[in-house]
Every structure is written in structure tokens, then in C-alpha cells.
Design a protein around this ligand. Sequence first.
Ligand code: HEC
Ligand code: HEC
Length: 242
Amino acid sequence: MRQSSQISKLTGLCAGFAALSIFALSSVSGTANATDAAPMAPAAEAKAPAVPGKPVSDPAAGEALYNVGDSTRGVVACITCHGPKGQSAVGTWPKLAGQHSAYIAKQLHNFKEGARANAIMMGMAMSLTDQDMANIAAFLSKQAPSQGVAQNKDTIDLGQSIYRGGIASKGVPACAGCHSPNGAGIPAQYPRQGGQWAEYSNAQLLAFREGVRKNSAQMTIIATKLSDQEMKAVADYMAGLH
Ligand code: HEC
Ligand code: HEC
């Protein structure tokens, strides 16, 4: 009962922070451009398809590959872990439903190249072509995002204050500035966080801090400034955000 009243409090606070977000975004965007834009631009160019403009993606082909894989080329069915339509059942496997397509494709490239080190996903991405990645990303981005709930009522206030306002004394920017006030993210660079498993989000913050996940200078800088307790609190808060 007490937990559900916290959740309804959370639900009530979901929207209406646009002004804060715009403020936060303008205050961090300088750093954002300085750190990530430069390294990301050449990488994006190198991966650009022969056809100029947007890569032509085929969501139906992506759906088929996601659901059944392709044993002739060693592609494992993603649904095994990430669940039907990207709604995974457990916190070790991230929810992918409604995630931005450019972000998903970038992660798959990063796993394949090793910038994001994870034994399972490096193996999975190895057998995917650029076209497969674009197709699966297009399929997943069209699925309805999953919703979750914050589990720990004792840390909701801390998580909320970090998400919305950052931690001024440590120079931590508001997460909402990039991941948006309702957690939907901002395409194409900033991933959706709302509804994601807290266990997974917490693991990613640790991976950024420990240098296991090396694919975002912005997030590495931010995670380095967060304590274990702050990571747990904000990860749990984001799980209930929608
Ligand atoms: C055996 C289980 C398993 C299978 C099968 C699997 N994945 Fe994953 N996937 C994971 C795990 C675990 C992670 C988290 C990796 C980490 O911690 O960096 C992950 C992470 C991801 C991410 C990053 C999500 C994010 O929010 O950054 C994407 C994208 C992804 N997988 C896509 C796929 C695709 C596409 C397939 C099928 C070709 C697939 N996965 C198959 C277990 C699996
Ligand atoms: C300056 C912009 C910016 C701010 C502020 C920011 N992030 Fe991020 N965050 C990003 C970007 C960009 C990525 C995607 C990195 C990549 O391409 O792999 C990301 C990724 C993440 C991920 C991994 C998502 C996934 O699906 O694997 C988590 C978790 C995360 N951020 C949490 C936070 C938290 C918590 C805060 C606030 C303390 C925060 N971020 C603030 C830009 C930002």
C-alpha cells in the first residue's frame, strides 16, 4: 500500500518539467558537444552506407530476425532474452521496446567493435550486418515502450532530485536534461530510460564508471561522480518514470 502511494505520487509528477529540462539541457549541451560530438562524427561517417542519406531499413525483416534468428549465419533469436516485442522479463536483460533506432544501431555497432564490452552481446552482434542492425532497430523503435515501477520508497526522493536537478555540489548535471523529463529520451543520441529495469540501469552506470562501457565520454564523466547509493537511487527512480 505504501509503495503504491509512492508510485501514484510518482505518476502524478511524471509530466510538467519541460521548463526545467530546457534549462538543464542548455546548461549541459556545451559540454556535450565538446566531449562527444567530435569523436562521434567521424565514426558515423565511416559507417555511412554507400547510398547517401538515410539507410533504408526494413522493420519486417528486423522483426523476423529478432523473433527467430537465422541459424544459417549464426544469428541467435533476440527474443530469447529481450522478450516479445522488446519487453524483457528480467532485470539482467534490458528492455528494448520503444528505444530510439539510432541508439540501438549504435549499441550493436559498439558491441561488435568492442567499445562496449559485454561477453554475451559481443557474440550476438558479431554475426549481424549493418543492414540487420538497421532492420532490428527499426522494428524495436516502433514497439510500445514498457512501463515499470520504482521499488524502493526510501530512495525515491534522492533518485528524483538527481534525475531532475543533478547534484550541484559535485557538478552532476540533471539526467532529465538529456534523457528528457519523462524518461523518453531525445532522439537520436539520448536513449529512453523510463521503464527500464533498475538492475540493468544500475549495472550500466557502474560499467561507465569502471570503464567497461567506453562508448560515451559524457556518461563516463557523469558516472565517475556518482556514488553507489546515488546510482541505485536514480536507477530505481528511472524504472518508474513514464
Ligand atoms: C543470451 C541473452 C541475449 C540474447 C540472445 C541477446 N541479448 Fe542483447 N543483451 C543481453 C544482455 C545481458 C545485455 C546487456 C549488456 C551489457 O550489460 O552491456 C544486452 C544488451 C543489448 C542492447 C543494448 C541495450 C541498451 O539499452 O543499451 C541491445 C541493443 C541488444 N542487446 C540487442 C540484441 C539483439 C538485436 C539481439 C539479437 C540479435 C540480442 N540482443 C540478443 C542479452 C542478450
Ligand atoms: C549530457 C547529456 C547526458 C546527461 C546529462 C545524462 N546522460 Fe545518460 N546518456 C547520455 C548518452 C549520450 C547516452 C548514450 C551513450 C551511448 O551512446 O552509448 C546515455 C546513456 C545512459 C545510460 C545507459 C542506457 C542504456 O540503455 O544502456 C544510463 C543508465 C544513463 N545514461 C543514465 C543517466 C543518469 C542516471 C544521468 C543523470 C545522473 C544521466 N544519464 C545524464 C547522455 C546524458
